[in-house]
Design a protein around this ligand. Structure first.
Ligand SMILES: [Zn+2]
Length: 256
């Protein structure tokens, strides 16, 4: 964990002060929190993304052209995501919400790990694997219904009309879910502190949310490994893992 050279106060202490004084925080999480659960980020070609090019498997054009091929990839992905467990970073955010220090979590992740860790207010701006929808009649199927179909067939089909289902995750080239985006903007604009965790803030819409917070009079704190696009303007920046940092933040806030 780094220390602020300019003021001599440890970054974590400054983060705790910010959340205490300006919270409850709105939290914005990216792939970096889930990599600590063993879920690879598509931007780093490791794990599943070493073998599957996102261009070929994560665009809506690819899905429309060959849903069976894309579903074969999603069968592996669904299995990996459902077998992953929430890590200390997810658990700490749920704890902070219970303690009144976190208002909501806005996430780019589709893996449901925030919910499984106990977070109650989660805004999924890229959708999730919770449901899949029929491209024909719009019928929606839960993960528990889709998983056996995925394991059994090339592409799961609608029981009502026979059309192919599509996971309710946002593919590249698709519109983002409007209600979730609107809520994310409203939360970012109205919060006293936006806590960014495990995101480089490069992908829209999350790339623009810190600006919303600053425009609304709030401050931005960042917990990430490596630089982000908003480092220069963040009130606090902690270089470190989500799990270690957020666990320490829980302790710091509990001790105050
Ligand atoms: Zn249907």
């Amino acid at each position: 964990m780094g220390f602020s050279r300019s003021e001599g106060v440890p970054d974590l202490e400054r983060l705790a002060t910010l959340v205490r004084d300006r919270g409850p925080a709105v939290v914005l999480t990216g792939a970096g929190i889930s990599t600590e659960s063993g879920i690879p980020d598509f931007r780093s070609p490791t794990g599943i993304w070493a073998q599957y090019d996102p261009e070929e498997y994560a665009t809506i054009e690819a899905f429309r052209a060959d849903p069976v091929k894309v579903w074969r990839f999603y069968a592996l992905r669904f299995r990996a995501l459902t077998e992953a467990e929430p890590n200390p970073g997810h658990l700490a955010l749920a704890e902070l919400e219970r303690g009144g220090h976190v208002r909501a979590v806005v996430t780019q992740n589709i893996d449901l790990l925030h919910e499984r860790a106990g977070s109650r207010d989660v805004v999924e701006v890229h959708g999730s694997i919770r449901t899949s929808s029929c491209l024909g009649c719009g019928a929606r199927y839960g993960l528990g219904e889709v998983l056996p179909l995925v394991e059994a067939a090339g592409a799961p089909r609608c029981a009502a009309c026979g059309e192919v289902l599509k996971p309710d995750v946002v593919f590249f080239g698709e519109l983002l879910p409007g209600a979730a985006i609107d809520r994310a903007y409203e939360l970012a604009r109205s919060t006293g502190v936006l806590l960014v965790v495990g995101s480089q803030l490069e992908v829209w819409p999350v790339s623009l949310l810190p600006e919303e917070t600053v425009q609304g009079g709030g401050q931005v704190a960042i917990v990430n490994r490596g630089p982000t696009s908003f480092d220069d303007r963040a009130a606090v920046r902690v270089e470190g893992s989500a799990g270690e940092t957020l666990t320490a933040l829980v302790d710091e806030l509990a001790g105050s």
